[in-house]
Design a binder for this molecule. Structure first.
Ligand code: ADP
Ligand code: ZN
Ligand code: ZN
Length: 744
């Protein structure tokens, strides 16, 4: 006996219809309809056919059953959402603010089923002697193609269909003829698309160090005793974290459980994956943005059916539908790419912990520079803290010099390289050792301005300056707008209009004049546009095709370069000047990671940090590589100013077609919030235009609220959502962001 009614979320992303609607289940569907299925329903006054997702089955009618509409059918080719994931979507909607359907679609990696791929093989049916006889018969009749095919089949027994039609040049018609004569059979086997094309496993298991062993034992025994929990693994790169992950996974797989491994998309390199494949063979698969929809679909099917135990991927790999999830690992947990930039703006760490609680699974976070949040929870005892203190790859921590750029200027050095750095670059070039130069910002800050009047050329659609590129064009990096570089100033008509070259390009140019013998590679948003260029540049550098690698954030991750003995950080404080409560944290992380690239091999390394703020604690502690000391100071600052994790923060971004309506709406929302928040003693900041006031012709205003309790903020959000629904906005939209990674 099935259920009579189904509560259904309609596939329309609008606040007005953002609730379940009840439908009658027709008799024919009563025993087959399941929670999570996609169905076709008549909706609204005109009974238009819409897609919906069943979120609940019940025998209790919420309205007069005679007035309920009936479900038409189960959507053919629709993908069902697993029940755990529906629960997770509901939690995300509540926690982060979005419509239920948007949340459902976030947890559904593919929306449509894809036909399985098929593989055909041709098999000889006759005994060998008999086949030989037929073969001579064909030869006599000059049936060359038939003779050729039979000769091969006698030798091989069976052959892939494509090989016969391809390399053997036998037509499909000929194969069919032989099939009809009962000489051969065509077998069709369906299989899943497998993005992993590496060979089977070679067990690479290492004997764990005592430190590593202790962690593995602790996590696995807590799991077995029914206390899965969250663990934070604090250990520098090369301290053996990945080895611990693999041992934990092996422990889970041995108990019939599955594991999800999240790594930042940029670190999803061949090298990383290879390590997992070597250990776990074809029980591992990968999920990333390069996969086709069909490939993604098949990975979900393989996960559901138990064909794989481990999935590796970025944020969205969390939603792989494993039936018996035992472990979620988040490597480099401090990375900002774990936070989604579209609604619902969820953080993978929080979602992982929620999802793990449904399965009774463990969560393991790993980082050399943990996020302040994670470390805070570890300090409070919410997470278990483990440390890995030794670098297993050898090499010692590098010597670090902090150079005050103001002093350089006072002493007459106008170069972008301090004297110390110049001296060390020269030294390394002579010794034929490698150098990495790191610029702490995206490479394309090259804006164009007029020397006569100071006018800066801006994108007509966004509130940002255009950047000059080598091809004589000016480009907006927010919306892609392009124009030819102006020859006269549009404001005063002067011809002294000048581009300030993008940071990394400028460094490359200076290197060419100052060190003409050096071979330089550059890595930034411009040089890594094509799909494989990132890997190509890194492997060229790794093969010692260049002496110096210049780049942005990107170069601090990925490969290990044992011959790099000098790292220069050219302007350490550019990320501090950003008006952002996470600026100190980000600077510390970047500097520590960049510095950690020196001296990985047998030769000792040196690091030069150039800065205008040598007294800033994030720079001082990064130079000392002292995470604890940094954490203490950073937490003091956040406590004082009530920033996360000392308190919680909700931001409201109002996006509008015109500036006035946006400002007005932001004012109204802020007033509503203030009346509600006074009794709750929350801190409200704004409304104010966002720091980038316009993107893509849409204006942006922002309001922040801070409170110690997350629940107070979600209640506020629920209220606001109701107000917003009643306002029936047409030209404005409001987005929530909890504990944002960047201020707006
Ligand atoms: P992390 O993930 O912290 O960067 P890895 O797990 O990649 O560290 O380990 C760094 C290097 O040390 C790797 O080459 C790895 O193979 C090696 N390694 C890790 N654990 C051991 C061990 N117990 N015995 C020998 N080598 C190890
Ligand atoms: Zn633009
Ligand atoms: Zn001008």
């Amino acid at each position: 006996m099935g259920f009579l009614y189904a509560n259904i979320i309609v596939d329309i992303a609008h606040e007005k219809v953002d609730r379940p609607f009840q439908y009658k289940i027709p008799d024919a569907l009563q025993t087959i309809l399941r929670v999570g299925m996609a169905v076709i329903i008549p909706f609204g006054k005109g009974n238009r056919k819409r897609v919906g997702y069943v979120v609940e089955l019940t025998n209790k009618a919420e309205y007069d059953p005679d007035k309920l509409k009936e479900i038409d059918e189960i959507k053919t080719g629709g993908v069902a959402v697993e029940e755990h994931l529906i629960r997770l979507a509901a939690w995300m909607k509540e926690q982060y603010g979005s419509t239920m359907i948007t949340a459902l679609k976030t947890v559904l990696p593919v929306k449509q089923t894809y036909k399985a791929k098929e593989k055909r093989t041709v098999r000889l049916l006759l005994p060998k002697e008999e086949a030989q006889a037929r073969r001579w018969e064909f030869a006599r009749k000059h049936n060359v193609a038939r003779e050729r095919l039979l000769a091969e089949l006698i030798q091989e027994g069976e052959l892939p269909y494509e090989l016969i039609t391809g390399k053997l040049n036998v037509t499909a018609k000929t194969i069919q003829a032989l099939q009809e004569q009962g000489i051969l059979a065509i077998d069709t086997k369906s299989y899943y698309r497998n993005p992993v094309t590496l060979q089977a496993s070679v067990d690479e298991k290492k004997t764990l160090s005592e430190e590593q062993e202790a962690i593995v034992t602790d996590v696995l025994s807590s799991y077995r005793e029914g206390r899965p929990g969250v663990s934070l693994l604090h250990g520098i790169t090369g301290s053996g974290k990945t080895e611990v992950y693999m041992e934990l996974i092996a422990g889970m797989v041995a108990q019939g459980k599955q594991a999800i491994v999240l790594i930042p998309e940029i670190a999803l390199t061949y090298q990383t994956l290879l390590r997992f494949y070597k250990r776990f063979g074809d029980r591992v698969s990968v999920m990333n943005s390069k996969l086709s929809q069909g490939e993604k679909y098949d990975q979900c099917e393989r996960a559901k059916k138990g064909e794989i135990d481990i999935i590796i991927g970025p944020r969205s790999a969390l939603f792989t539908p494993f039936p018996n999830l035992g472990l979620i690992i988040i490597d480099e947990e401090h990375e900002s790419s774990y936070k989604s930039e579209s609604m619902p703006k969820y953080h993978a760490r929080e979602v992982a912990i929620e999802l793990a609680s449904y399965h009774g699974a463990c969560v393991v976070l790993g980082s050399a520079t943990p996020s302040i949040e994670a470390y805070y929870h570890a300090n409070n005892g919410h997470y278990k803290l483990f440390r890995l203190t030794k670098r297993l790859t050898g090499g010692v921590l590098p010597d670090v010099y902090t150079i005050d750029l103001r002093e350089e200027l006072r002493e007459g050095n106008r170069s972008i390289f301090s004297r110390k750095l110049q001296e060390l670059i020269q030294d390394r070039l002579e010794k034929k050792e490698q150098i990495m130069l790191f610029l702490n910002r995206r490479g394309y800050a090259g804006f164009v301005s007029c020397r006569a009047c100071g006018h800066v050329l801006k994108c007509p659609h966004c509130d940002v300056s255009l950047s000059e590129h080598r091809n004589g064009k000016m480009i907006c990096h927010y919306c892609g707008y392009e124009e030819r570089k102006a020859s006269l100033c549009p404001s005063c008509g002067s011809k002294f209009i000048l581009g300030f070259k993008a940071g990394t390009q400028q460094i490359e140019d200076v290197l060419h004049t100052q060190f003409p013998q050096a071979k330089v590679l550059r890595m930034d948003a411009d040089t890594t546009k094509s799909k494989d260029s990132y890997e190509e540049i890194l492997s060229a550098f790794s093969n010692k095709e260049a002496d110096i690698l210049v780049g942005t954030q990107m170069i601090v991750k990925g490969h290990d370069f044992p011959d790099v003995t000098l790292v220069g950080i050219l302007a350490a404080d550019l990320s501090l000047s950003a008006n952002d409560y996470r600026a100190g944290e980000r600077t510390f992380q970047l500097l520590t990671q960049a510095a950690g690239r020196a001296g990985r091999g047998s030769k000792a390394g040196e690091v030069v940090i150039q800065t205008y703020q040598p007294e800033h604690y994030s720079i001082i502690q990064a130079a000392k590589q002292d995470y604890e000391a940094f954490y203490e100071e950073e937490m003091m600052y956040r406590d004082l100013l009530l920033y996360p994790p000392a308190a919680h923060m909700m931001s409201l971004l109002v996006i509008s077609r015109t500036e006035e309506t946006g400002a007005k709406l932001a004012d109204r929302l802020a007033a509503c919030m203030k009346s509600y928040m006074i009794e709750k003693k929350a801190v409200i900041i704004g409304p104010a235009p966002a720091s980038i006031g316009k993107i893509n012709d849409m204006y942006r205003h922002v309001i922040y609220v801070k409170h110690k309790e997350y629940a107070v903020l979600t209640q506020m959000k629920d209220r606001l959502e109701e107000w917003i629904e009643q306002m029936e906005l047409k030209n404005e939209a409001v987005q929530f962001d909890f504990n944002p990674m960047n201020t707006y």
